[in-house]
Write a protein that binds this ligand. Structure first.
Ligand SMILES: Nc1ncnc2c1ncn2[C@@H]1O[C@H](COP(=O)(O)OP(=O)(O)OP(=O)(O)O)[C@@H](O)[C@H]1O
Ligand SMILES: [Mg+2]
Length: 345
């Protein structure tokens, strides 16, 4: 039976709003800035009372694994618009089609971009309706192209113009992130999902930090375009994941070149890929692949049919590259021991 999942979001809208502590306010109002013999200019002196401190709650959060998920790969970059969501969707599909397992794997795709969710559109699930709730009150993923998906985009009230932005305070965003991480039922006939690909929002902010602190992630793929501005942010992304102990699988260069259809010459429109390779070398990271700029990647995203599910000749090179990337990711995952931590969810 389908129940409205908006009930799960309702608590988000009731976040208590805290006012400044009364004692702080009283102190500000009762301080008198008067001239005196000791203070001839009347310059305010520091209050002898100690400044209020932010209360600390116990130890930092413990990392755990997501219940019902065997392994987790994040696709990230410090920079916006470099193709993270496109790569995440195509990586999920390629992992599904190129697994070393002797059976068909199960693959999920989680959209952690709260302000700009793209996965419903990229996976052709924009009009799929509300997800169901399981008997345990967990969100049941929506599936297309063989991949289970979850996104805040499925949970927001439908908007006729499809253009209402999410305008939430940090606390509401974090609550939504936690629900997406821990309140989704990824299992399939009681079998755990083999791999969950997480599409990250741009930047190195709260969402990245929370993921790193709460979840034991198996590896990160950092996407970048060749420009210096993108590479600078990609380095920051790598630095942040290092800080929260998320292991790096490697870097993926997106929009590396465009091959002109009439002269068949590859043009490096956004700068030399040598720059990118140099940066990867300095970071000690493998270059997992170089994806060209191809109109059918973009068309495939807009039509909800990623290039990895198409069979057009224009996409052949890209499918080959993504196959290669997914094999490297499977190999990385195969070398991980995932038995050390508890689960949550
Ligand atoms: N290799 C490519 N060739 C052609 N178009 C591409 C390629 N990679 C991405 N695009 C297009 O670039 C645009 C941005 O891609 P995408 O939304 O995946 O970026 P993003 O990094 O996830 O952005 P955001 O930071 O906003 O989440 C999309 O229109 C996508 O179709
Ligand atoms: Mg995105």
């Amino acid at each position: 039976m389908q129940r409205s999942v908006l009930y799960t979001l309702r608590p988000l809208l009731q976040v208590p709003f805290k006012t400044a502590s009364c004692s702080t306010v009283r102190r500000i109002h009762t301080t008198r800035w008067t001239r005196s013999h000791e203070n001839p200019l009347g310059i305010p002196k520091r209050d002898p009372n100690p400044a209020p401190t932010i209360p600390r709650r116990g130890a930092p959060p413990q990392k755990s694994r997501i219940k019902g998920v065997k392994q987790i790969v994040v696709v990230a970059s410090g920079k916006g618009g470099v193709g993270k969501s496109t790569v995440a969707a195509n990586l999920a599909i390629s992992l599904l089609h190129n697994s070393p397992l002797k059976r068909s794997p199960t693959v999920g795709l989680l959209d952690l971009d709260i302000f700009g969710p793209s996965i419903p559109k990229l996976m052709g699930l924009e009009n799929a309706g509300d997800p169901n709730l399981s008997d345990e009150n967990k969100l049941v993923p929506l599936q297309n192209h063989g991949v289970k998906t979850m996104s805040i985009g499925y949970l927001l009230p439908p908007n006729p113009a499809n253009d209402s932005p999410v305008v939430w305070r940090g606390m509401m965003v974090m609550k939504a992130v936690q629900q997406l991480l821990f309140d989704v039922d990824w299992t399939n006939n009681n079998e755990d999902l083999d791999v969950l690909v997480i599409d990250m929002p741009p930047g190195t902010g709260d969402v990245q930090l929370s993921l790193g602190q709460l979840v034991d992630v198996d590896g990160a793929v950092i996407v970048s375009t060749p420009q210096d501005v993108a590479l600078i942010d990609a380095r920051k992304g790598v630095g942040m994941f290092n800080k929260v102990s998320i292991p790096m699988i490697g870097l993926l260069l997106n929009m590396s070149h465009f091959t002109c259809t009439s002269c068949t010459t590859p043009h490096e429109l956004f700068g030399s890929s040598a720059n990118f390779e140099k940066a990867a070398g300095e970071l000690g990271l493998e270059v997992l692949g170089k994806l060209p700029l191809v109109p059918s990647i973009s068309d495939g995203g807009d039509s909800g049919r990623p290039i990895t599910v198409q069979s057009n000749s224009e996409g052949e090179e890209v499918r080959g590259i993504m196959k290669d990337v997914s094999e490297k990711v499977w190999k990385w995952l195969g070398g991980r021991d995932t038995s050390s931590l508890g689960t949550r969810g």
